[in-house]
Design a protein around this ligand. Sequence first.
Ligand code: C2E
Ligand code: CA
Ligand code: CA
Ligand code: CA
Length: 278
Amino acid sequence: QKPTANITLGFYSDDLDDGLQSRLKLEAELRTAVEQQQFYLVYQPQIDLSSDRVVGVEALLRWRHPQGESVPPFRFIPILEEMGLISPLGDWILAEACRQQRAWQLQGYTLRMAVNLSPAQFEQLDLPAKIQSIVQAAEVDPGQLELEITESLAMHNPEATIETLHRLRHMGFKIAIDDFGIGFSSLEYLLRFPLDTLKIDRAFVKDITRGRSDRAIVRALTSLCQGLGLTTIAEGVETQRQRDYIDALGATEIQGYLISPPLEPAALIQLIDNYATH
Ligand code: C2E
Ligand code: CA
Ligand code: CA
Ligand code: CA
């Protein structure tokens, strides 16, 4: 347990008391953060390669720490998971993303909204009904909401996952499998999951201009998805050369720093306006 806690906190200490103290402090701060709603969402654009337009965004969680800095999710989401606080926060994330999507829609911007689901959230038996009621209350079209689950979450209990995904899809939601490729799940299962989108993990994009094997994997994934009618989003595209390779290998969309880091709502709209005129 000890090394995990230290990695999560982002530092290493030999002193057991120090590590435990900081962990307890962080837990107390996170409890307050949930109570006082110190979280907010930023949105990263997803570009369709054939039209070069922003077609969707992914909502990403941030914590505005009372001391001022914005804390990235890898530092606190695993702890919230362990503390059992991720499900209530997950409800808020969904509601907030839907509220923002509706607000944009009323301003004339129709964007697919992708929201990440955590393993603990996904295991709630009433999840589909809950998501449905949040989305209905926000007056958002379910077909414009994409729920992202990671490959490892999906493969943890594939049979149960398949059932939940069928229920969600029946309600009209879109399903994306996130971080795909790193777990090398069996393709047999992939074919049984009701999916709309496959997100190719950044690990394969990183060396795409250098590594033949990464290119072969990406090409195999995109042609498989094409055959199945799935959208493929390449994650973590940082350079124009990576974009060119990804495009040539047949992915449909890209997301990454080349286009933009995750943005606050006003900045995202500005970026979309710039795209519309270039
Ligand atoms: P993810 O779902 O794979 O999200 C993509 C991450 O890659 C984001 O990090 C994003 O800022 C980062 N990224 C995007 N483009 C690039 C790029 O070109 N280069 C590099 N190096 N990174 C890029 P972020 O926002 O720090 O989130 C990290 C992870 O935390 C997410 O990975 C996701 O697993 C989790 N997370 C974030 N928000 C939420 C949330 O609302 N709910 C849940 N359950 N998990 C979340
Ligand atoms: Ca994601
Ligand atoms: Ca991802
Ligand atoms: Ca990732």
